[in-house]
Ligand binder design. Structure first.
Ligand code: TRP
Ligand code: MN
Length: 450
């Protein structure tokens, strides 16, 4: 059975073109963008409507406290880093965190990567000046190159196609890893990456041994362990570049409704979530579960107005509010927001982004964050929800599976000088593998108290 789409629904997908739109590049040639958009519109979808619906149901469970969301990955993915090793290490890290949380808190974990499409970045300025030379700012690999030359920095629409193909190959590997045996709990030991001398790693080894015993016990009892062999893993990115999101939006033949098939989950950033903006209009018209980032200036009325636009009927799982207040503010500012939204009655899933409100510049000049601030915001998020009787539904973090040195602190005590050792990010500092695991162990303690 297929349902014909309502022509008004299809026409609605282009309304954003006449609305104020922030954070888009200035393409040198509009006809080139047209050509690329037409090409993208003819390529297969990267995800399917039914998968987005399944994720929506799992996010609804998280809004009730029956699951916990773990969303993690790079601040900005790059084409060059879409290698098998990098993807595998990131997946391993997220699986390890997920297993720590699932086992430690006895809760299903909804696993989502900032992966397979996280290529567009909002910037505070359109241009960057170095030594008297001014060029367009780097807006992510889907738009221009990081290198500070006029060639690299000129927005190039062919990059949209490269982003699509890189997302497709990333997603292909993710699907292979998560359903082809690699993610099986029978291999829980193999995901550990470091020296077990490190406290987070030895703790992990211990937990893995407990899981092994539990699995052997269950098999001995004749229990069905099929559910242990694979995971559902969802892709997510900031829905920023509308010249990309629009052509990847497809009408689902089953329902006749539009889905943005570039990823399962899209979020609208703090800088593009104005109520009358192109972004809010466009995403209000697709069926995917959506996130909106809410920073410290968000009022309760802003949040309600966003619900009116993005989830008017109050469908559970449709809307996730990702709060990023900063460690120093979360305990003061989050309660009023949560209270106002809760009083409204329409459900949202509350997720904590403890990264973006905690940026600092190190004495040595690096853009960094302190692990202790990150964890303090997470703790504040749990405290606020516990005090209000509402549900802390998940975490949204910037991480990598490698041993980079971009965030200060953690048990390995990365200090100011240490940052220089392996600072590789092009945009924001990410938790390294070991800091990510440490975070998971600490969040277990918070979940047990929640
Ligand atoms: N399928 C279950 C789940 O996703 C169990 C599972 C299998 C799992 N592999 C995992 C859980 C890896 C966490 C990490 O929860
Ligand atoms: Mn970031």
């Amino acid at each position: 059975m297929s349902v014909e789409p309502d022509p008004r629904v299809v026409a609605g997908l282009d309304v954003w073109e006449s609305l104020p739109v922030g954070q888009q590049p200035q393409w040198p040639d509009a006809s080139e963008v047209r050509r690329v958009r037409d090409r993208l519109a003819g390529l297969p979808p990267l995800v399917f409507a039914g998968e987005a619906d399944a994720l929506r149901a799992q996010l609804a469970a998280a809004s009730r406290g029956d699951a916990f969301v773990l969303q993690g990955g790079d601040c900005a993915e790059t084409f060059a880093e879409a290698t098998a090793d990098n993807i595998r290490n990131k997946i391993k890290t997220i699986l390890q965190m997920a297993v720590v949380l699932t086992y430690g808190a006895s809760l299903p974990v909804v696993k989502m990567g900032r992966m397979a499409g996280q290529y567009a970045k909002p910037r505070s300025s359109d241009v960057e000046t170095r030594d008297g030379v001014t060029l367009p700012a780097f807006r992510g690999d889907i738009i221009n190159g990081f290198e500070f030359t006029p060639e690299a920095r000129t927005p190039d629409p062919d990059r949209l196609l490269e982003a699509y193909h890189t997302s497709a190959s990333t997603l292909n590997l993710i699907r292979a890893f998560t359903t082809g045996g690699f993610a099986s709990l029978l291999r829980v030991h193999e995901w550990n990456r470091g020296f077990t001398a490190n406290p987070a790693y030895s703790r992990y080894e211990q937990l893995a041994a407990e899981i092994d015993r539990a699995i052997r016990f269950m098999s001995a009892c004749g229990a069905d362990v099929d559910a242990l062999r694979a995971v559902d893993f969802y892709s997510a990115h900031e829905g920023l570049l509308l010249d990309y999101e629009r052509p990847l939006t497809r009408i689902d033949s089953r329902t006749g409704l539009p889905y943005d098939c570039s990823a399962h989950f899209l979020w609208i950033g703090e800088r593009t979530r104005q109520l009358d903006s192109a972004h809010v209009d466009f995403f209000s018209r697709v069926q995917n579960p959506l996130g909106v980032k809410l920073g410290p200036t968000t009022t309760g009325d802003d949040a309600i107005a966003l619900m009116d636009r993005l989830n008017p009927t109050g469908e559970a799982g449709r809307l996730t509010f990702v709060t990023r207040m900063g460690a120093g503010k979360v305990r003061d500012l989050l309660p009023a927001l949560v209270e106002k939204v809760t009083a409204d009655g329409r459900p949202v899933t509350w997720v904590c982004d403890p990264m973006h409100g905690n940026g600092i510049t190190s004495a040595s000049g690096y853009k960094t964050r302190r692990f202790s601030d990150v964890m303090d915001e997470v703790a504040g998020f749990f405290e606020v929800h516990r005090a209000l009787g509402t549900v802390p539904g998940g975490l949204h973090v910037e991480l990598t599976g490698d041993d980079v040195t971009e965030v200060l602190g953690g048990t390995e005590e990365i200090d100011d000088e240490g940052l220089a050792r392996r600072y590789e990010t092009l945009v924001d500092p990410r938790l390294n593998h070991q800091q990510s695991l440490e975070m998971a162990f600490q969040v277990v303690e918070l979940l047990r108290r929640a």
